[in-house]
Structure formats: C-alpha cells, structure tokens
Design a protein around this ligand. Structure first.
Ligand code: SF4
Length: 360
C-alpha cells in the first residue's frame, strides 16, 4: 500500500496551503525546489523556508502536489504525478448511510475547495481527477465553482465525480454546460430496480424516487453518467430486474459498472450479510450482464479479481482498484493473468473473501 500521507517537519503557515514538489526547476509560485536529499528525507525550498519530507531518496516526488495543514506533521499527497489514480475527498459529510460505505460520514465539513482548485491546476497533463466524499454535492455551489475554475484554467484535465445523485436540479444544466459535458463523468450508484430495496441499502427513505427524477434531469442535460451497482446479498436476486430497469429506463448512460464490495468502513461491518461470493455463484450476475449487453448497455465489472470471473466475462473486468490501495495474494505470484488482473483491495481478508479463486 502506498501511503497518501507523508510525514513532514513543521512548516510556518497560517492557512491550509498547496505546494508542488519539483526536482529540477520551478514554474509556478506554488512550486518548491529540491535542495537536499539523504537516506531519510528530501528537503525542498518553498519561498525561502525549508519543507522537509520524510521519505527515502528512492521515492519520486517530482510533480507531486501536497496539501499542508497548519500544525500538522503530515501532508496529504493530493496528486501523485506518476499515477492515474488521484482522488480529492472534498467532504466527509453525507445524507445517506449505505450498507457498503467505505468512508463512513462525519458530521463536520472543512471547506478546502480553494486549495483543491489550486491543486487541480497543478496536476500533470491530461489528468483525470476523481472527486469523492462523503457526498460532494452537499456543497454543490462550491463544487461547481471549483469545477468551473479548474476546467477554465486547465483545458486538458477532466473529472470523475462520485455522487449519490440526490442533489441535482434542472437549473444545474446551465452550469454543467459551462463546465463542459465532456469534462465530467458523474459516477452515480443505483442498487435495486425499486424504491423499497434501494432505499434500505442506502439508508434513506425517498432516495430512489429522487434519484430517478435526477437521472432524468441528467439525461436531459446530456451529462455523461457511469451508473454504479455494488453486488450484495441484499440485491443479488434482483440483478436481472435491475438490468432490465437500466436498459429500458436509463439507456442513455455511458456505462453500467457492476462492482464488488470493499472490506472497509461499513462494508467491513456488514460483510457477513452483504458480501456475495461471485466466484462460487455467478448465475444472476451472468443473466444481468447478458441482458444489459444484449440491449446495448456497455457493462463492466469493477473490483473483481479476474479468476473470480468465468473466462467468457473476464474481458469485462478491467483493473479498477487504485494503485495505492491495491494488493495481490501469495497465490497470484505465478498466475499468467497477473499483469491484467486488478487484484484485491489492501484490506481484503482472504479467509472471509472469495472461495473460488484459482491462479491461471
Ligand atoms: S490468481 Fe491471478 S487472476 Fe486470480 S487474483 Fe491472483 S492474479 Fe488475479
């Protein structure tokens, strides 16, 4: 696992600040240039003060963007310039309590959108940044301001916004137009084809109805939507009906991502009665995939190790687990699929996980 927090020595700042680390030259007021390196740390000069980052000389920090918080002895590594998996967690507040939530909500919110805006403008060329929470659209005004400023400053970058879809309104289409429809992919979860089950999975009454209306509004606005469904024991039986719902009611979506559960947060707490071992039983998932693909819906499997998927469906399962939280098991070392397999979350527990894995 790659730590997204880096230990640092005290820095003399009064407000949360963004800094980009550079090895050879600076080209922005936010850049700090490498001036010293030893076995334990790398030291950068930022406008006259020293920023000492505790990590070995082999760690390549060139181009990485850090968030520094006054009084904190660690920095958030917001952007790793060599990675495709950069996420800004913009709030920890949420209005839902999903049974599989990997980041259980917190009550308080710290507004760091100004800092996130600077960080986005310092990202590497053609970066695609994931915006996550909590629920980012609880702070919709600030989120839209951030997206507008970032896309104007950087015509090459794009965003993948993970949202529960509860807070869209028809009037948002104007600002979505301004941001650019091709600049944001909205990742929105739907867990069941009817209200009772969806609402019980997300822990919010009325959520399904609101989501249905808002998906319609997004369709009218021409938004790019990635519909996301986590496979659970709770929705296993209705996956074929959900495929029918998606293909008849939501045919405008760009992709239907069917996802495996992550063993962290509420997902860990509810693992025993929520994890569905699709390596032992692929039946209803197979029916759902066949139906959706047959009706022209691009359907993909996220977070499925390749050997947990029948051979004929493996081409639908790209490696989707972010590089910093991804691992392989001992048994994977000799597997011929290893280079294309997405592996497991760092917190995956083999003794509670898939029962039907087999190195190929
Ligand atoms: S055994 Fe192979 S296919 Fe299975 S999880 Fe490991 S690398 Fe992936």
């Amino acid at each position: 696992m790659i730590d997204l927090r880096l230990k640092i020595d005290d820095v003399p700042i009064d407000n949360p600040s963004i800094v980009r680390l550079r090895s050879h030259a600076v080209d922005s007021e936010y850049d700090a240039l490498l001036i010293d390196r030893d076995q334990e740390s790398q030291t950068f000069d930022l406008a006259g003060y020293s920023l000492r980052v505790h990590c070995g000389p082999e760690t390549d920090l060139d181009g990485d963007v850090l968030l520094l918080v006054p009084g904190r002895k660690s920095a958030h590594r917001l952007v790793r310039s060599r990675s495709r998996h950069n996420t800004f967690l913009v709030t920890e507040q949420c209005d839902q309590l999903c049974v599989m939530c990997s980041q259980p909500p917190k009550k308080y919110h710290a507004d760091l959108f100004d800092q996130f805006t600077v960080a986005a403008t310092l990202a590497p060329e053609n970066a695609r940044i994931t915006i996550s929470g909590g629920e980012p659209l609880l702070h919709k005004g600030r989120l839209f301001q951030f997206l507008l400023a970032a896309v104007k400053a950087r015509p090459d970058i794009s965003f993948h916004v993970l949202t529960n879809g509860q807070f869209f309104e028809p009037g948002d289409s104007t600002v979505m137009d301004e941001i650019g429809r091709d600049r944001v992919l909205w990742g929105i979860p739907l867990y069941a084809p009817y209200a009772g089950l969806h609402d019980s999975i997300v822990g919010k009454s009325g959520a399904f109805e609101t989501l249905s209306l808002n998906l319609t509004a997004l369709m009218r606005a021409g938004a790019a939507v990635e519909l996301r469904t986590v496979v659970l024991q709770q929705n296993w039986d209705v996956l074929p009906q959900l495929a029918n719902y998606v293909s008849t009611r939501l045919p405008f979506i760009d992709v239907w991502a069917i996802m495996q559960l992550e063993n962290i947060g509420y997902g860990r707490m509810n693992w025993a009665h929520s994890f569905k071992d699709t390596s032992l039983d692929f039946g209803r998932l197979r029916t759902a995939i066949n139906l959706a693909i047959g009706r022209g819906i691009q359907t993909l499997l996220y977070n499925f190790p390749l050997c947990s998927v029948p051979p004929g469906y493996r081409h639908l399962a790209p490696g989707t687990i972010s590089d910093w939280k991804n691992k392989f098991l001992e048994q994977c070392s000799g597997c011929s699929l290893r280079s294309t397999c997405g592996g497991f979350f760092e917190w995956y527990k083999a003794d509670q996980g898939f029962g039907g894995l087999s190195p190929q």
